[in-house]
Design a protein around this ligand. Structure first.
Ligand SMILES: Cc1cc2nc3c(=O)[nH]c(=O)nc-3n(C[C@H](O)[C@H](O)[C@H](O)COP(=O)(O)OP(=O)(O)OC[C@H]3O[C@@H](n4cnc5c(N)ncnc54)[C@H](O)[C@@H]3O)c2cc1C
Length: 403
């Protein structure tokens, strides 16, 4: 057993952990970033060519964080030279009386973010690639767009290393234990088993976070089972005549708000193909044993939705991929310290809307590590991120996932 010493050990190099390491190192901390697989792997939640970034969340707590997230992404692009964010605009659609749509409009109006409501005539004129019911409306937001997900994680990790972070892949953390004011991290990696001593640790383990919450006594004391579910995305060919209207230079990202909840992207990741995804509410899965096999019934449902709602697309999936969501009981993010061991920080429960905020969450974790407490005078902290909010809540995972 070897002994090493760091200021902060970050556990998990998905979007959240790569961002945390990047900001911690920027603050001058000595950081070890441990990843059980390789950065950019496909077993967790942050892989793939695209994620939606937008201001339009129904909850002002999240919508109002969007400008800071956009700024941090643009800074990372400038620093790294990588293309990470492409603005396409975003189109949400559904019946005009749908609470999810009204909530988005009210929040965007209250925060002064620009948007347009498009009736059928305008929808058909501007976005003929969508075939919607006559009484539905489109809710268009300029400025929204696509984040290149895997590339963004790899870029944050690479910039973290450039800032001095030690990245160790193929290293599975077995336990994080408080020891005095610091922590001991037990890891099984290329050098065998090691016990690493550090002042603090940041647990950003995505679908595996529940293992650590349980080890550290939080699952029962805070009523905090995390729910991990399989999600399905699929790729569809567009017909040659439709490729111009589906191009990312002309076509927005889109979210269909009524159930079944689906969303998608223009042609961007792969020539001539669009990616469409369906939110699934299936069984809880174990990230260590789940086989991540494509679910044919979900792909069939997606193909049927493509046939019904999208024009110029061949409604037969050409390929499909799985991804995992991790939900907290109330579906809000958890970004906090351990209530009894403040040297251990967590970020978990980002369900279907965390990616755009990874770079910002990394900033919040680095601030928390530096100051030891949430600074609510900062415009970026939210009471709803506190872990102890869950003490009195009952673990009901709402059916409607939050994108
Ligand atoms: C299909 C799908 C679509 C989505 N669409 C959007 C979208 O459009 N917009 C948006 O904003 N968000 C979206 N999200 C949500 C977003 O992608 C996630 O919230 C975010 O990627 C979560 O990142 P994470 O770092 O918490 O988890 P992960 O990326 O899973 O990272 C956790 C990391 O920890 C590592 N790890 C775990 N345990 C250990 C251990 N013991 N030792 C070492 N390493 C460990 C894992 O291997 C993994 O690399 C989507 C998610 C999915 C699945």
């Amino acid at each position: 057993m070897k002994t090493l010493s760091y200021d902060v050990v970050v556990i998990g190099a998905g979007g959240m952990g790569a961002a945390a390491a990047y900001h911690l190192a920027g603050d001058g901390r000595r950081v070890l970033l441990l990843e059980q697989f390789q950065v950019g792997h496909k077993q967790g939640s942050s892989h793939g060519g695209s994620r939606i970034i937008r201001h339009s969340h129904a909850e002002a707590a999240y919508a109002s964080l969007a400008p800071a997230a956009f700024d941090l992404w643009r800074q990372l692009e400038a620093e790294s030279g990588a293309l990470l964010l492409v603005e396409t605009g975003s189109l949400d659609f559904g019946p005009p009386n749908l609470p999810a749509l009204i909530g988005r409009m009210e929040t965007m109006a209250a925060l002064g973010f620009p948007y347009e409501v498009l009736d059928q005539t305008e929808m058909k004129r501007r976005f003929p690639q969508f075939r919607l019911a006559d009484d539905w409306v489109g809710f268009y937001q300029p400025g929204a767009g696509i984040l290149a997900a895997t590339r963004a994680v790899e870029t944050m990790a690479a910039q973290a290393v450039r800032r001095g972070v030690t990245l160790q892949e193929e290293s599975r953390v077995l336990a994080v234990t408080p020891e005095g004011d610091g922590v001991v991290v037990e890891v099984d990696g290329p050098h065998g088993r090691e016990r690493i001593h550090a002042a603090q640790s940041v647990i950003t383990a995505g679908p595996w976070a529940g293992i650590f919450l349980s080890q550290l006594g939080l699952t029962e004391s805070l009523n905090l089972p995390l729910k991990v579910t399989h999600q399905q995305v699929a790729y569809f060919e567009t017909i040659p005549d439709a490729q111009e209207m589906w191009n990312a230079a002309r076509s927005p990202v889109y979210i269909s708000l009524p159930m079944p909840h689906f969303y998608g992207f223009p042609i961007w990741e792969r020539p001539g193909q669009i990616k469409v995804a369906l939110e699934l509410h299936g069984d809880v899965v174990d990230p260590d044993t789940h086989d991540r096999r494509v679910l044919p019934e979900a792909v069939d449902e997606l193909s049927a939705l493509v046939a019904e709602y999208l024009s110029g697309v061949i409604p037969k999936a050409v390929s499909a991929e799985a991804c995992l969501y991790t939900q907290s009981p109330d579906q809000e993010f958890i970004i906090d310290r351990h209530p009894q061991h403040p040297q251990i920080l967590f970020a978990a429960g980002f369900s279907g809307r965390g990616f755009k905020f990874t770079i910002l969450t990394g900033r919040l974790l680095a601030d928390l590590a530096a100051t030891g407490a949430q600074d609510y005078s900062s415009p970026l902290w939210r009471e709803i991120f506190r872990i102890d909010r869950l003490r009195s809540s009952s673990p009901v995972h709402a059916d409607l996932l939050r994108m």
